[in-house]
Ligand binder design. Structure first.
Ligand code: TYM
Length: 332
């Protein structure tokens, strides 16, 4: 049985990287897989979240997933904290994963920064909760952006160690699906940094809630270099900002980078940026509008998430029950 699981954090500022690296691929996978999509609010609180903002961000993320094309009737869409199996299995995995494994996680190092002693214990254990998200459903495929690859390797290690420790063939080793041309969308201000929700500069990212004027301004001001665009992909080497803008264009128009360069090679950035703005506005405007419409209806979103949580729970509970048997706990 093949099952897709993926999630995103409700920490605001959902951006084009999240869309191209993840959500757009989730939408496509719905055709061929049974899919479970999760608003990972337990992960969000590994760094401080203001409660009212968190509540609103959970609903906004759910709305943006539906607006992007996630079908909550055919597939499962819910928020993590409503299904207790995630936290329960994460605890068991905390006792399977080794401290040395977690010490190697680059995302923890980045997020904790210099003041590691002051990071929450939850931030450290974050990847173990992520493994629980996936394995609570015995998911086989996990569509994510490039930055989550290391966490998925850890998920596989936890699955293997659990199976070995208890002498069972219980958990599958899920495969990452890192799909499409835009697996790592970069900042508009610095082509060596990924586009991120937490970048202090809003000009660095294209938010899913930006209006057409804001999008145009951000793209116009995006960092570039003085050379015209190259005519072949090899000419993008050493030009990270140019590469990023071309990649975004290719991803949004379902073309490959070489085709885009055949069309735009030799031209100046100003003209290309106008073409890119048109494409971004054309693709994002319908999603942004639908998001705004859905966001105005909390009752609908809350009902979708509650129903999704019930369905997720029905899949996870029997698996968790078996895990408890394997570990040696008593079940009710
Ligand atoms: P999060 O919320 O940071 O991001 C959601 C998805 O967006 C992708 N992404 C990007 N892709 C391309 N370019 C970028 N600049 C970019 N920035 C973000 C991420 O790779 C991700 O796929 N830990 C996860 C959430 C999570 C999860 C899971 C994912 C929790 N449990 C289980 C899969 C399975 C995260 O923080 O994603």
């Amino acid at each position: 049985m093949e099952r897709v699981f993926s999630g995103a954090q409700p920490t605001g500022n959902l951006h084009l990287g999240n869309y191209l690296g993840a959500i757009r691929n989730w939408v496509a996978l719905q055709k061929d897989f049974e899919c479970i999509f999760c608003v990972v609010d337990l992960h969000a609180i590994t760094v401080w979240q203001e409660p009212n903002e968190l509540r609103s961000n959970i609903r906004e993320l759910a709305a943006s997933m539906i607006a992007s094309g996630i079908d909550p009737e055919k597939h499962v869409l819910f928020n993590q904290s409503q299904v207790s199996a995630h936290a329960e299995l994460a605890w068991i995995f905390n006792c399977i994963a080794r401290i040395g494994w977690l010490n190697r996680m680059t995302q923890f190092k980045e997020k904790a920064g210099k003041n590691r002693e002051n990071a929450s214990l939850g931030l450290y254990a974050y990847p173990s909760l992520m493994a629980a998200d996936i394995l609570a459903y015995k998911a086989t495929h996990v569509p994510v952006g490039e930055d989550q690859k290391q966490h998925l390797e850890l998920t596989r290690d936890i699955a293997i160690k659990f199976n070995n420790d208890f002498g069972v063939e219980f958990f599958p080793q899920p495969d990452p699906l890192i799909l499409g041309p835009a697996t790592r969308v970069m900042s508009l201000r610095d082509g060596s940094k990924k586009m991120s929700k937490s970048d202090a500069s809003d000009m660095s990212r294209i938010n899913m809630t930006d209006d057409a004027d804001t999008l145009a301004k951000k793209i116009r001001k995006a960092k570039t270099d003085p050379e015209p665009l190259p005519s072949e992909a090899a000419g993008l080497e050493g030009r990270p900002e140019a590469k990023n803008l071309i990649t975004i264009y290719a991803a949004l128009t379902d073309a490959n980078v070489s085709d885009v360069l055949v069309e735009h090679g030799g031209t100046q950035f100003s003209g290309f940026k106008q073409a890119l703005t048109d494409v971004v506005v054309e693709k994002l405007a319908p999603i942004t509008e639908e998001m705004a419409r859905l966001k105005a209806d909390n009752t609908y979103i809350d009902a979708v998430l509650a129903k999704g949580a019930e369905r997720a729970d029905a899949i996870a509970q029997p698996i968790l029950k078996e895990v408890k048997e394997i570990v040696g706990f008593l079940n009710r």
